[in-house]
Design a binder for this molecule. Structure first.
Ligand SMILES: C[S@@+](CC[C@H](N)C(=O)[O-])C[C@H]1O[C@@H](n2cnc3c(N)ncnc32)[C@H](O)[C@@H]1O
Length: 466
């Protein structure tokens, strides 16, 4: 154990009791080990950059890197070609692959979603016609969630900004709910020593109370036979095993197990409850190649039947309006298979939603605060009726192939991301042009007769010097 790391006595006492003193020694020793670095590639923006790297064994899209690069140096991360994610968190892939009906068009809620690791993972696995509601309660963390889901580039995501209790009226709406609960963060102790300073037994108690409330509030929104995946990045039984007992004893769920390979180093924890044995899965540094995590899966009991009708006040329904036909026609050229979309006006911008999601979106909009529905396309210029495109459209995987594009060199890509004036050859181009790096879109430039404007969003620009 490095001398600089001082674990709180109460934590040491408890974890020793949980895993035994020998294992605890190995746990302490693992603080001196090298921290695994991993990322997950975006199936919608394929790159061969990580071919040959070691696979994360429980996630088909996950890769370990031999050492941590300066990710800010790589334009592909800005393009959404991959997401840097701690490997244990990618176990959700295994849980969904095992228990979710991924071949069907489903509705999924990621309740505690910022910064977007689990949401981009879910988005990579569901069918393009499935709907993902990616929700974050904390206002400060909402923008990073929007940023990361936009970069991932799929139109089938609605980002919302709500408490769990706001979802309670959405009876039986979701086929899958993932709750990556706010927690005391013990699993981050090795990676982020600040988590050690913030820890206290009081924090464990208050997190357990919050988790208790979240679980109670969210269960009505899950369909009978729906899948619930609960996870934390802590080892505290109050936040893990006790929450699992809470769910088991509510009588609402059945236990689900996950197949494991011994070499993964994941511990299956059977939990005896009055409703039978339930199972949790623990990732701990000295055994697993990843940081600390706990995950558990449940099936909601009951007959699937027909979902109850959700009553929506008329006033709320009228808040969502489609753009008129003439306006819609002006948008078609920007998207692949534009007929699959409905165009709505939302908070001053035009957004493209998949048609099959329009009615669900109206329901969601009646109960939730929506931060970003589908793909934000832009605004129509009142003078000529043409679209002034937003960044979100440039990085969308559904942007039309006919939109002109210019491939940038590494240097030009970095300059572009720094928001410098592009020094590139634009002869033969005019107006809006998508710029790409290694074939993946970074954003827009506008080619004017006497100059080129860089439309990379100011707040996303590359600030790091290297
Ligand atoms: C563990 S983090 C989620 C990480 C995310 N799932 C990912 O993979 O990138 C938990 C999230 O829950 C949010 N949160 C905090 N309090 C909450 C509450 N009472 N209800 C729902 N979410 C809450 C936090 O702001 C935080 O973003």
């Amino acid at each position: 154990m490095p001398k600089s790391v001082q674990l709180p006595d109460k934590f040491v006492e408890r974890l020793q009791g949980q895993i035994g003193t020998d294992a605890f020694q190995s746990f302490e020793e693992s603080f001196s080990n090298y921290l695994p670095v991993s990322l997950r590639v975006n199936p919608f923006k394929p790159t061969d950059q990580f071919e040959g790297e070691e696979d994360v064994p429980w996630c088909d899209a996950g890769k370990y890197l031999p050492k941590r690069p300066l990710f800010a140096k790589d334009p592909l991360i800005f393009a959404g070609a991959y997401y840097v994610q701690e490997a244990s968190s990618m176990f959700l892939w295994h849980a969904l692959k095992t228990h979710a009906p991924l071949e069907e068009d489903i509705k999924v809620l990621d309740l505690c979603a910022a910064p977007g690791g689990k949401s981009t993972l879910i988005n990579s696995m569901i069918t393009p016609e499935s709907l993902l509601v990616s929700n974050e309660l904390m206002p400060k963390r909402l923008s990073i969630l929007v940023e990361n889901t936009v970069r991932w580039g799929s139109p089938n995501v609605v980002v919302s900004h709500n408490e769990a209790s706001d979802f309670t009226p959405l009876k039986s709406f979701f086929d899958v709910i993932a709750i990556d609960a706010p927690c005391s963060g013990e699993g981050m102790f090795r990676k982020d020593p600040k988590a050690i300073d913030m820890w206290s037994p009081g924090l464990v108690n208050s997190c357990a109370n919050i988790q208790h409330g979240i679980l109670e509030d969210i269960m009505p929104a899950l369909k009978p036979q729906g899948l619930l995946v609960y996870s934390t990045c802590t080892f505290a039984p109050q936040e893990n095993e006790e929450r699992l007992i809470q769910l088991a004893e509510s009588g609402e769920v059945e236990p689900l197990r996950l197949p494991l390979k011994e070499e993964w180093g994941i511990t299956e924890i059977p939990v005896e409850t009055s409703a039978g044995t339930f199972y949790g899965y623990r990732f701990i540094f000295h055994k697993t190649k990843g940081e600390g995590l706990f995950m558990s899966c449940f099936r909601k009991k009951g007959d699937e039947g027909r979902p109850p009708k959700i009553k929506i006040p008329k006033k709320k329904l009228s808040q969502v309006s489609k753009v008129n036909q003439k306006e819609a026609a002006a948008l078609h050229k920007w998207l692949q298979q534009p007929d699959e979309f409905t165009f709505i006006e939302y908070e001053g911008y035009i957004h493209a939603l998949l048609q099959e999601h329009f009615s669900d979106f109206k329901t969601l909009n009646a109960f939730l605060r929506i931060a970003n529905p589908g793909t934000k396309l832009g605004k129509l210029n009142p003078k000529n009726g043409k679209l002034i495109p937003e960044h979100d459209l440039a990085v969308s995987s559904r942007i039309a192939e006919s939109i002109p594009s210019i491939e940038l060199s590494y240097e030009d890509a970095v300059n572009y991301l720094r928001k410098q004036e592009p020094q590139i050859d634009t002869q033969g181009y005019k107006d809006w042009v998508k710029v790409t790096y290694k074939g993946i879109a970074l954003g827009w430039i506008k080619v004017l007769p006497n100059r080129i404007n860089n439309y990379y969003p100011m707040d996303l620009r590359l600030r790091k010097e290297f």
